[in-house]
Design a protein around this ligand. Structure first.
Ligand code: NAD
Length: 261
């Protein structure tokens, strides 16, 4: 994709203080979009906004708790007020949540993981779609907008020991498919990416510095290595761009071949 593919687009990225969200905010800015960098972590969120602005785009940090509907509404309203509209949104904030077998899984861990990973995507879609219908369409091809939800390989296949994570990410894939059918005719393309194991603070936390766990995770990837955040970001930016103008309701695995083996 050429630089400037997203020139003039107005976007937001949740969970943009770290990992995949940070890489995505920077990539959208590099390709010319202005971005709201949204996260619950103010300090690192501001760092991302500075990194995105260094790409020459307008970037604004907005504090958000994606589990709070009012906070999500305020984030979208700020994006529209600041940039004059909304054309792109990347709903990325998430957590692995606690581990454990289903029959022993803690109820509060279940609720909080579902809130951060799945309620959040519903809250974002519920506020972003009306904003795009009212104000989107900065692209040359004239669609109202493009939304990319960040699911996971765990949204396509099962993994033992992470029931809330797997269920929430399957939910993100399902919600993407349902919403994409509802709004395609109105010119909003809604897709999701399903990253495989990618080296971010979340994954480093999950591996806990244990080289045996890292070797095990790496050996599960046909390409023989973990992903880089930039590799997921470039797939997200492509789905946001007019190069993906006929792609709707797709769950794009970006995982070195992990889910097809
Ligand atoms: P990360 O922990 O590095 O970043 C997650 C970000 O989400 C953080 O900045 C955090 O502050 C933010 N966040 C968490 N709760 C929030 C809330 N309530 N409100 C607002 N922001 C909140 O993780 P990452 O690896 O970059 O993961 C990003 C997304 O990618 C997640 O949805 C994750 O499930 C998904 N994913 C990651 C991997 C991987 O291997 N890294 C694989 C598949 C899917």
């Amino acid at each position: 994709m050429t630089a400037g593919a997203l020139a003039g687009r107005r976007g937001l990225v949740t969970g943009a203080a770290s990992g995949l969200g940070r890489a995505t905010a920077i990539e959208l800015a590099r390709q010319g979009a202005c971005v709201v960098v949204a996260d619950i972590d103010d300090a690192r969120g501001r760092e991302t906004a500075n990194l995105a602005a260094a790409e020459g785009a307008e970037a604004l940090f907005v504090s958000v708790d994606v589990t709070d509907y009012g906070s999500v509404e305020a984030m979208v309203a700020t994006a529209v007020e600041t940039f004059g509209g909304l054309d792109l949104a990347v709903n990325n904030a998430g957590t692995t949540g606690a581990g454990g077998a289903t029959a022993e899984y803690d109820l509060d861990d279940w609720r909080s993981t579902m809130a951060i990973n799945l309620d959040s995507v519903f809250f974002c879609l519920r506020t972003e779609i009306p904003a795009m219908l009212a104000t989107g369409g900065a692209g040359e091809s004239g669609p109202a907008g493009a939304i990319v939800n960040v699911a996971s390989g765990a949204g396509l296949v099962g993994f033992a020991g992470l029931p809330a994570y797997v269920a929430s990410k399957h939910g993100v894939v399902g919600l993407t498919r349902a919403a994409s059918l509802e709004y395609a005719k109105q010119g909003i393309r809604i897709n999701c990416v399903c990253p495989g194991s990618t080296r971010t603070p979340m994954l480093e936390g999950f591996m806990g510095g244990d080289p045996k766990i890292e070797r095990m995770m790496t050996s599960a990837v046909p390409l023989g290595r973990l992903g880089r955040p930039e590799e997921i970001a470039s797939a997200i930016a492509w789905l946001c761009s007019d190069a993906a103008s006929f792609v709707v309701g797709h769950a794009l695995a970006v995982d070195g071949g992990s889910v097809i083996q």
